[in-house]
Design a protein around this ligand. Structure first.
Ligand code: GTP
Length: 858
């Protein structure tokens, strides 16, 4: 901002003042002032008594009264009549009232009224008394906002003019009472002014340091103040008749403390009367109406009812009994409706009906011992104990520890405490182990080989439909259920989703027509028991897809062959999913070119898709011999379990999808390695199996009765029973999908993503590790989410160690600043929390909703 601009700023207020601080009057105003002056002078001269006042005085008065002739005349009359009389006597009072009025009227006086007349320091001291404070308070907002300087000066005692204001009329002519006669709030009777000093009705109960009555211990200062009050009150009582004006009652109001009132009340009601007694205490403590009417010759007084004083009553309360009872006048405004509801009506006829909450207040008083209530004697059986005992006796039950005995002696109490310690929420279950040689059992078992495959692909490629068809064709789902799904789907206008509903069981999935979580389903062929892991295609649910892929032996990639959809799928999740499954260690992939009915089984289209996808998959690391393509239609069931009968599809003579799945080689699993199983799901079963976990055994074996360790919680559990592929079994080995029914563990220690192992060979929990990853996006030190199956935790790439040669894995460049997409690199990853991870484990790194890298924990 330039200087000239600052200079040019107009301060509007400056326009209203001359250099000397006075308002400049224009000729019209001067003329009007002259007319008013003449009018005032003539009225003063002609009126009774006749007064001669100087023109300057008149104009000064007119200036103050905004040229109001009548007010100026009154003022001048008053001031001139009073001059000479009482001047000296009331000097301080007038000064005081003047300042009060001035402060009250600060909003209208600013700029016009000078406080310079308050040169008297003694007067100032007095001014800082109650009524000044009241006056200040009443205009605090204004003072703060507009006249802060005045406020500060008043408080500090330096009453100097803050604004360039004209001096007030000479004190000899000035009467604040007249000047502010039109200020009705000045006519406050003195007896009402002190009402604000009435002490709170109830004690603060000592929580904040509180009143001496509440805390029971009086500070030295408080003791001195109390002594002084007592002295003053003694004088007041002796000098003042009991039924005097309200002003005479004023000191009493301030003097009567809660303790006095309660003490008085305690005489009016017996403590043994319980709540009713306490309520009557409050009623009797209620101040009676002031005896001001001449028709009531005797003032209403609290009549002390003799009450027995408990032995343990505090001394001061006993002393208080001897003090003469004071009438407590009504000193408060009527409580609001809200206040009445909360604390009960304190005044008026409603006082007789305290609210329910009011009784709570009484309880509080009881708690703090204000009402001398006897503490409950815990050596006696409680009323509940008595009732329970009576009930058990009536039912014919015999309590091992009678209530009276249990609570009666200390031994009983100690015994009870001991019993409580021995109480356990869950009883320990002992499960007998058959001590089987699990591997020998597995080798001699005639179970079909099992294979898990994950179904991946872009959203709406037809994955669920295809798998639904497969399940239906293989008899894994009966026709009746399928018809039911069809009807339900048609009802909501989604008939084409009937097959997909076989896998999409969630209501949200069905409503949205989108798979959200992985769904597992089983079907069997002659040789193999297959488990389908249907993964969601939508990019929002990629973490779930990763969880699905981590359980898979091979993958089925579904591609929508319809025009435009294939292309959009390629840009979408088709490639991402293929990359992810490869990163998760999947080697075999079956590509189902779906929805071929929409392109009339066009061979050209199929070839085009085959060519593009196979080149991509090869780049992603799949070997050609593990890639196969099947043209099919999930809706029609063509080339799924049976060959297509469509003449347009006759060009395809290859395997059906199910045949392709069957050709997959048996997968070897690390049966002899330590037990590892990632928990896929935790669920509460029935009464027999309250806590169950499901998942696939990554390595090792287990059997019923084994003790397992869950990590990272470090909690142990016992295997109650085992289910393999929905069949009950005594054992399970790596590669099998199992449900373990557990005992002796709280479900809070079990989460999906946790790892089951044994105490003898626990999985380590780590916070940092090195991984060899393939970058999908640019990598640098950055925040990432680490995914491993169901487990995903926040962390960061803390260091780029080296970029590596894809083939040999040898370092190409050490400590690169950035790793380009498609590069293999070794990175250090840190996590905020310790997680169960060990090498070799496949991990995926994601950030901002997209996969940035995947690789192997080294
Ligand atoms: N014409 C035709 N439509 C199909 C075929 N397969 C599936 N669809 C339709 O494609 C739509 C999507 O099918 P879904 O099975 O839900 O697709 P999805 O891949 O499981 O979808 P997400 O799991 O949400 O990724 C549905 O309307 C199906 O009826 C097919 O072979 N031919």
């Amino acid at each position: 901002m330039s200087r000239s601009r600052v200079k040019n700023v107009d301060f509007e207020d400056d326009d209203y003042y001359d250099d000397d601080g006075y308002e400049s009057a224009d000729p019209e105003e001067q003329e009007h002032l002259q007319r008013c002056t003449n009018e005032v002078l003539s009225q003063l001269r002609t009126g009774q008594p006749s007064l001669t006042v100087s023109k300057e005085e008149v104009q000064e008065a007119l200036w103050h009264y905004y040229n109001d002739v009548e007010k100026s005349v009154n003022y001048l009359r008053g001031s001139h009549t009073l001059v000479g009389r009482k001047k000296k006597k009331f000097k301080n009072n007038r000064l005081r009232s003047k300042v009060c009025s001035a402060i009250i009227n600060i909003p209208r006086c600013v700029g016009r009224f000078s406080l310079a007349g308050l040169e008297n320091a003694i007067a100032l001291e007095r001014l800082l008394a109650l009524d000044v404070i009241m006056a200040l308070n009443s205009n605090l907002g204004f003072i703060k906002g507009v006249c802060l300087g005045v406020w500060e000066n008043v408080l500090t005692g330096f009453l100097v003019p803050v604004y360039p204001v004209p001096l007030s009329p000479p004190s000899a002519h000035f009467s604040a009472a007249d000047f502010f006669r039109d200020s009705p709030w000045l006519n406050v009777p003195s007896h009402r002014k002190a009402d604000i000093l009435v002490e709170p009705l109830y004690p603060r109960l000592g929580l904040l340091g509180g009143a001496p009555e509440a805390s029971g211990k009086m500070s030295k200062l408080a003791a001195l103040a109390a002594a002084r009050k007592q002295k003053e009150s003694g004088q007041a009582t002796s000098n003042t008749p009991p039924a005097s004006t309200s002003e005479s009652q004023q000191p009493e109001k301030a003097k009567i403390s809660l303790k006095d009132r309660l003490a008085a009340s305690s005489k009016a009601a017996k403590p043994s009367e319980g709540l009713a007694g306490l309520q009557s205490i409050r009623r009797s403590a209620k101040p009676s109406p002031p005896a001001q009417k001449p028709s009531s010759p005797e003032p209403t007084k609290v009549v002390p009812t003799p009450a027995p004083v408990p032995k343990d009553q505090p001394e001061e309360l006993v002393d208080d009994k001897e003090e003469p009872q004071q009438q407590i006048p009504e000193i408060r405004a009527q409580p609001s409706m809200f206040a009445s509801a909360i604390i009960g009506s304190q005044t008026g006829p409603k006082m007789a009906e305290p609210s329910r909450l009011h009784s709570n207040h009484v309880d509080l008083l009881q708690i703090y011992g204000v009402d001398h209530a006897e503490p409950f004697d815990f050596s006696e059986p409680s009323p509940d104990d008595v009732v329970l005992k009576a009930q058990s006796t009536a039912k014919g039950f015999k309590s091992k520890t009678p209530a009276s005995k249990a609570g009666g002696d200390k031994k009983g109490q100690a015994g009870l405490a001991g019993d409580m310690n021995n109480l356990s929420v869950e009883e320990k279950v002992t499960v007998k182990s058959k001590n089987l040689d699990v591997l020998a059992e597995y080798n001699k078992s005639k179970r079909k080989r099992s294979a898990n495959f994950v179904v991946i692909g872009h959203v709406d490629a037809g994955k669920s439909t295809l798998m639904g068809r497969l399940l239906a064709d293989q008899g894994a789902i009966d026709q009746r259920t399928l018809d039911k799904y069809r009807k339900e789907a048609e009802k909501i206008g989604k008939g084409s989703f009937a097959l997909a509903w076989v896998l999409d069981q969630g209501s949200e999935e069905r409503a949205r027509g989108v798979t959200i979580d992985i769904a597992t389903n089983k079907f069997e062929t002659e040789n193999t028991a297959f488990t389908i892991v249907d993964a969601p295609g939508h990019r929002d649910f990629v973490p779930n897809m990763i969880a699905g892929a981590s359980q898979a032996d091979f993958a089925v990639l579904v591609i929508d062959s319809s025009v435009g959809k294939f292309e959009s799928g390629l840009k979408g999740q088709t490639k991402e999913h293929a990359l992810l499954v490869r990163s998760m260690g999947v080697q075999k992939i079956v590509v189902a070119v779906n929805k071929m009915d929409t392109v009339q089984w066009d061979k050209g289209r199929f070839d085009e898709i085959e060519q593009q996808i196979s080149s991509f998959l090869t780049t992603a690391g799949f070997q050609g011999k593990y890639i196969s393509f099947v043209p099919c239609s999930g809706v029609l069931g063509d080339n799924i379990s049976r060959r297509s009968e469509d003449s347009n599809a006759s060009w395809y003579t290859g395997r059906t999808l199910i045949e392709e799945l069957e050709t997959s080689e048996p997968y070897t699993h690390a049966l002899e390695k330590p037990l590892r199983m990632t928990i896929g799901d935790v669920f509460r079963g029935g009464v027999q199996n309250p806590i169950s976990i499901s998942g696939r055994l990554d390595s090792g074996s287990l059997q019923v009765g084994d003790q397992i360790l869950t990590m990272p919680s470090g909690e142990k559990a016992v295997i109650r029973s085992v289910e393999v592929d929905d069949d009950s079994s005594d054992w399970a080995v790596a590669g099998q999908n199992v449900v373990l029914n557990l005992a002796n563990i709280d479900p809070i220690h079990l989460r999906s993503g946790d790892v089951v192992c044994r105490s003898s060979s626990p999985i380590p929990t780590i916070t940092t590790f090195t991984a060899k990853v393939l970058a999908f996006e640019h990598l640098m030190p950055m925040l990432v989410d680490i995914h491993r199956g169901r487990l995903h935790v926040p962390g960061r790439i803390s260091k780029l160690v080296a970029s590596l040669d894809k083939g040999s894995g040898a370092p190409i460049k050490k400590r690169p600043k950035i790793v380009a997409p498609g590069t293999v690199a070794r990175v250090v990853i840190e996590m905020d929390t310790a997680v169960p991870l060990e090498a070799p484990t496949r991990i995926v790194l994601r950030t901002g909703g997209s996969t940035v890298a995947a690789g192997l924990l080294e």
